[in-house]
Design a protein around this ligand. Sequence first.
Ligand code: MN
Length: 135
Amino acid sequence: MKITRSGDATERGPADWFTGDVFLDTIAEPAEPYRIAAINVHFTPGARTAWHTHPLGQTIFVTEGVGRCQRDGGPVEEIRPGDRVFFEPGERHWHGAAPDRFMVHVAMHQADDQGNAVTWGEHVSDQDYGARPAG
Ligand code: MN
């Protein structure tokens, strides 16, 4: 058993992987053979991930605010507290806040045999992000 007390500094999401101000707090870290990673993520208005994929998929669970997400080739969807989204293994996608609202979600995913949990791509353009949500 290992208790990790609250107190680690909140991390800032790297600019290579996010647009806008994003803040990360670890919930669970992989430690072989345990493979689940979980992160509580705060997105400021307009902030979002870059396009990316997860080798074994990912679930996000929205806890606060209003957000947006999109899979490659699909419409921009609005997401709200209580909504959960599963991204298929290898499915290219992004997730983030609405333009005028904060959004908080818990992200849960597993590392593959090489320890990779995410492969990052280019930033989401303002044009793609601003597309009218389908929700
Ligand atoms: Mn993701």
